[in-house]
Design a protein around this ligand. Structure first.
Ligand code: SF4
Length: 267
């Protein structure tokens, strides 16, 4: 069983070779301390919201972190209704759903297991809402959010694994760091979008299956994006891929010690 998350889909669609380097070759690069601190604060906020949903005390955490306290108070003031509940409502943070899709490859019977971890899911008799916390400001273009694999996969999986029809499901991103107060972007869902996501998902999986079979059977590396896309200039694997002027290392030097293994990908 190969686990696939929205992050895997995003990288796979951006550049298959980047996917291979990240998840099969397990190449990692040092993260700068400032970025690491931001990531940690983001994780702490998610943990804080989870703890709050579980009914556990959060005051000691807020007392220790002025930043988390500011974000928490801003959310409570901006969207008090989000934190209210009633007998008709079921809600869960860090809610996990999985969806199995057949592999389809000629050399394996393994299946793909899609996994989604929702920051918060709120279910009512006739409506389902997905809430996602982002600890950075609102991006410039909402259009990008509609196209993100996180948006598409999470909506798709909820529709596929529940009795809600697409038009009953919504996705709301909350951008905690927006000024002067947190801002939200609501994304609605339709049957047409649901069908298109299925088509796109299956097409991407079909390509992944082909690349995986070639990788395991013939030790062929995953394809690279065309240099003309400009992606390589900003990619941390440029040297490894022979796509920068400083290092002309050939991609033919690719090796893998264990090509029979399909790893369980971290999500
Ligand atoms: S350098 Fe280019 S081809 Fe290589 S992983 Fe990065 S984007 Fe892909």
């Amino acid at each position: 069983m190969m686990r696939i998350s929205q992050r895997h889909l995003k990288i796979l669609e951006t550049c298959p070779r980047q996917f291979e380097h990240t998840y099969f070759d397990r190449l990692t690069l040092p993260v700068n301390p400032a970025q690491q601190a931001k990531t940690q604060l983001g994780s702490d906020f998610h943990l804080l919201m989870h703890q709050r949903e579980l009914g556990l005390p959060i005051e000691p955490i807020l007392a220790r972190s002025p930043q988390l306290n500011t974000w928490m108070q801003a959310m409570l003031q901006t969207a008090p209704a989000l934190f209210e509940t009633d007998a008709q409502t079921w809600r869960e943070s860090e809610h996990v759903r999985t969806l199995e899709i057949p592999h389809g490859g000629d050399s394996s019977n393994d299946n793909y297991l899609f996994t989604a971890i929702y920051d918060l899911v709120i279910l009512q008799p006739d409506r389902a809402d997905i809430i996602d916390w982002k600890t950075y400001p609102l991006p410039k273009y909402k259009k990008d959010l509609d196209l993100e694999w996180q948006t598409r996969l999470y909506l798709y999986m909820l529709a596929e694994t529940s009795n809600y029809v697409p038009k009953q499901i919504g996705f709301t991103y909350w951008f905690i760091q927006s000024t002067p107060h947190p801002k939200s972007v609501k994304i609605s869902y339709t049957l047409k979008q649901h069908r298109q996501t299925k088509i796109d998902l299956l097409a991407l999986l079909a390509k992944l299956t082909t690349w995986l079979d070639a990788y395991r059977d013939r030790q062929e590396p995953f394809p690279q994006v065309a240099a003309s896309t400009g992606l390589c200039e900003r990619c941390n694997f440029a040297a490894r891929c022979g796509r920068n002027d400083l290092d002309s290392q050939s991609t033919d030097s690719f090796t893998s010690n264990d090509l029979n293994l399909i790893p369980i990908l971290p999500i």
